[in-house]
Design a protein around this ligand. Structure first.
Ligand code: SF4
Length: 231
């Protein structure tokens, strides 16, 4: 999950009324459109446990999920548990995750998260946002991914680069940081949609609402979208 947002941080389109855009019936129509287009949207990071998803999500910063999925089988074959990862050297971790980019920092985060899980949480991935964000490398986005996907807990909304861009294009939010966008989305979306909404929007961003060339002709939200990025 890439998290670069600057390139997508355009202002909402001219004359766009955020108030009108946030009418409950419009939001309901957008959610319905997402359900129709992406009924089976789910996390694309391969994982078998909360621990594996935590690590995969840390690796996904500034990297595609496809690339992460290429390195995690070997990483978890060599270091299947937090206990094993805590004993791994940084060199050993870096060698495996190098292709995901920023591998020095990511190796430190993964090793540090493994060690903190052991010292503070009995070797288990915690199930609250507050606890998860104490782990090295785990900010709100990572914590929200793990909580939503593994534990079905909606404490926040995952805002990656797709959610950041498309929430603005659809006029659902206007903030210029992922944190602000998340707070806006939490205010307007029903809480029972917080987890699924992000998965659906990420699918929409990958398949239709591309950052540079959105395929508006084949977008089922086109009638609801006033973005100046429309093609
Ligand atoms: S109409 Fe175009 S810009 Fe708007 S959501 Fe659809 S693909 Fe994205």
């Amino acid at each position: 999950m890439t998290a670069t947002c600057k390139s997508a941080a355009k202002k909402p389109s001219k004359g766009q009324s955020l108030r009108g855009d946030l009418a409950p019936e419009r939001i309901t129509a957008i959610l319905k459109g997402l359900d129709e287009a992406y009924p089976d949207a789910k996390c694309a990071l391969t994982h078998r446990s909360p621990w594996e998803l935590l690590v995969a999500t840390i690796l996904s910063a500034q990297c595609t999920d496809v690339r992460v999925n290429m390195v995690t089988p070997e990483l978890f074959r060599r270091f299947p548990t937090p206990q094993a990862m805590a004993k791994a050297t940084l060199d050993q971790i870096e060698e495996i995750i190098r292709s995901t980019g920023f591998f020095h920092n990511k190796a430190k985060s993964i090793q540090g998260a493994a060690r903190k899980l052991i010292t503070d949480f009995g070797g288990e991935v915690p199930q609250t946002l507050v606890e998860l964000t104490t782990l090295p490398g785990a900010a709100r986005k990572t914590a929200n991914v793990v909580l939503g996907v593994c534990f079905g807990k909606a404490e926040g909304v995952v805002v990656d680069t797709h959610v950041f861009r498309i929430a603005r294009r659809l006029g659902l939010a206007k903030g210029d940081t992922p944190q602000k966008i998340e707070q806006e989305l939490m205010r307007i979306l029903p809480q029972n949609r917080w987890i699924g909404f992000s998965h659906q929007i990420i699918d929409h961003g990958r398949k239709v609402c591309d950052a540079r060339k959105p395929k508006c002709d084949s977008c089922n939200l086109e009638q609801l979208c006033h973005s100046e990025d429309k093609t």
